[in-house]
Design a protein around this ligand. Structure first.
Ligand SMILES: [Fe+2]
Length: 136
């Protein structure tokens, strides 16, 4: 009898994880091909394949604080122009515009108690619009 209960529990957990899968990676897995060479991601770097390390924004979450860093050199000719953070429902949490002498780093405060997906973008003046999807 315990084997059957364990099997049912395991099956229920696996089904839940499968159901969550597409939600957690909806953009990267499902929508990205539609935006190939328009919105660039680690999974879909399009024409900029090989430039992911310098353009995909890195996200660090501490409580409700989100720090965004793009590991990209900054010069007058080539630099990160802007970061944004947008919630899954389209709410814009914030943005930061950079000059070539700035560090491409920004911080944001998620709404109190927010749980779910959010998107962080990083725009390079030469290598376009990069995005990462994150779950809290
Ligand atoms: Fe770049």
């Amino acid at each position: 009898m315990n084997d059957r209960r364990d099997f049912l529990k395991t099956t229920a957990v696996a089904a839940s994880l499968i159901a969550l899968g597409p939600v957690r990676s909806s953009f990267a897995a499902g929508m990205a091909p539609k935006y190939t060479n328009i919105i660039f991601t680690k999974e879909n770097p399009g024409v900029w394949k090989g430039k992911e390390a310098l353009h995909v924004p890195h996200v660090t979450i501490t409580g409700s604080k989100v720090k965004v860093v793009t590991n990209h050199p900054m010069s007058q000719q080539h630099y990160i122009v802007r970061h944004t953070l947008v919630l899954a429902d389209g709410t814009s949490v914030g943005s930061e515009t950079f000059t070539p002498t700035d560090k491409p780093e920004s911080t944001y405060e998620l709404p109190m108690g927010y749980k779910g997906i959010f998107y962080v973008t990083s725009f390079c003046n030469l290598h376009d619009f990069w995005m990462v999807e994150t779950m809290v």
